[in-house]
Design a protein around this ligand. Structure first.
Ligand code: 0X9
Ligand code: ZN
Length: 322
């Protein structure tokens, strides 16, 4: 996208007639195609953790520790997850969980997750001793709907029983302080659903996170959202400090400093109830309150005024998070 105007200019200058057939290739199908391609990499496993309301797969990308990785693709015989764990470490392995695209219209979060995956797979220096798990598109039905019907759709695509309004806010549907900072009205943008974990998307995420946490302890859970340039730490239902708040603040400030130095983008590091608004039933609060994960954040990406970013913002946003 950053060279689009230059390409247009050069084609016009050279008198070349051209026709734009596809305005943006970053569609749902294109992303699935990329994930299928990614699965052929020796350090990567791509699995479906479940299906959405409309039956789409929810993909989980597992990037294995890079302990024997020396760059390139030479490590073609690198053993898979279970074999690998016993030969490289006696202690329990550790892991990181990244979630993106839980809110349909927050496209930049999906793009950033894909960039992070790409960089991690390419660079051996990262993830030497940790398993990295990424769900790049946690709400595929909503994502597709924002391309085909309504750009500003937020929720999943549940047809709510007894209502003309569709969708459940998947970041209000988790079973931690369920219903405290959310709406019980199906027409609300922050509709919590009929009960906690009523939705297949949140059920799949919950089960996969439990599973990962039991095999390799989750040290960091990071939920990518937009917008606002905020790094939020739990909880959302209270301004009372969650466990490990000083540590979360310290690490959060390191992130913010580096983002600022790298690209000048200012991220504020705050408690989510203070920094944004009161809300509950979210991924981050569940990870902190139920899994007791030490480092938990919601990262509200660029920018500070709108969900709609110019295409030339995609790459630099990924870079500053990387
Ligand atoms: O409201 C949300 O779900 C998140 N903001 S967004 O604009 N992306 O919708 C913030 C969630 C922060 N975390 C908690 N409140 N637990
Ligand atoms: Zn969001």
């Amino acid at each position: 996208p950053e060279s689009l105007s230059e390409v247009n200019y050069n084609l016009q200058n050279a008198g070349v007639h051209y026709l734009v057939l596809i305005h943006d290739l970053a569609t749902y199908l294109r992303i699935e195609w990329y994930l299928r391609h990614l699965a052929t990499h020796p350090r990567v496993e791509v699995t479906s953790i479940g299906k959405s309301v409309e039956g789409r797969n929810i993909w989980l990308v597992h990037i294995m520790p890079a302990t024997t990785c020396r760059g390139g693709r030479s490590a073609a015989v690198m053993p898979r997850h279970h074999q690998r764990q016993k030969h490289y470490r006696a202690a329990k392995a550790r892991s990181i969980w990244l979630e993106a695209g839980l809110h349909a219209r927050e496209w930049i979060s999906v793009s950033v997750a894909l960039q992070l995956i790409h960089n991690m797979v390419r660079e051996c220096s990262v993830g030497r001793a940790v398993h990295v798990y990424v769900v790049p598109m946690a709400n595929p039905d909503g994502y597709v709907y924002t391309w085909t019907h309504q750009r500003m759709w937020r929720k999943n695509r549940r047809r709510n029983h007894g209502s003309n309004c569709d969708g459940v806010d998947l970041n209000r549907n988790w079973d931690f302080q369920f219903g405290v900072g959310a709406s019980s009205s199906p027409c609300s943008e922050i509709y919590q659903g009929p009960s906690s974990f009523s939705e297949p998307e949140t059920q799949s995420l919950r089960d996969a996170m439990h599973q990962v946490n039991s095999v390799s302890k989750l040290m960091l859970v990071l939920a990518l959202h937009s917008y606002g340039q905020l790094l939020l730490y739990p909880f959302g239902h209270t301004t009372e400090p969650a466990p490990h708040t000083p540590a979360m603040r310290r690490l959060g400030n390191i992130f913010a400093q580096h983002a600022k130095v790298g690209s000048g983008t200012v991220y504020d590091v705050m408690n989510s109830a203070t920094g944004l608004y009161f809300s509950s039933g979210s991924t981050d609060d569940w990870a902190k309150g139920v899994l007791n994960t030490k480092f938990v954040y919601t990262l509200e990406l660029r920018n500070k005024v709108t969900f709609l970013l110019n295409a030339d913002q995609i790459f630099p946003t990924g870079q500053e998070v990387w």
